[in-house]
Design a protein around this ligand. Sequence first.
Ligand code: 4NP
Length: 183
Amino acid sequence: MRPEIRIPQRILCVCLGNICRSPTAEAVLRQQIEQVGWSITVDSAGTSNYHPNKAPDSRSQRYAAARGLDLSGLRARQVALADFYQFDLILAMDHNNYADLQQMQSMAVQQYAGRAPRAQLALMSEHDAIWPQQAVPDPYYGAAQDFERVLDQCFSAAEGWVKFWRSSDHTASATVIRGQACD
Ligand code: 4NP
């Protein structure tokens, strides 16, 4: 029997600055989740506090808008220790982000007196059919093609996650999320 794979109800996308990759991932994932009719909270944050409360990088906004995604209302924030207890799934854009999140998760467990965190950590690209388990490269010091590449990878990675959840035996979780079975 296959193990039950639960569809997360709250997902946090994480990169370094929370102004390029993770807001893009947030918008793409939200769009794809809405397309299949699920109601899942998607948010994003940065491992750094370089750009608190800033809107996404203007280049990220521009290239995303060309693909029908509006990032203008998003605002950057740093990952908080409480996030490890409030989200079910935290998706790292690259392997450095993943390692930083592992460290922060250990700090969260100390801070919360040993309480087991709710969040599972994974790479954004975990189920990506084209770039499996690969980094979504940081475009900040890059050019147009680097921002397009972020979008290409976010679409492919998000599709991988949605397919993974859809193909799993998730009837019980789906009932919790939607109040009725999804399919
Ligand atoms: P992000 O890109 O991690 O995809 O948001 C970056 C944004 C800002 C900086 C680095 C990466 N920075 O050094 O300010």
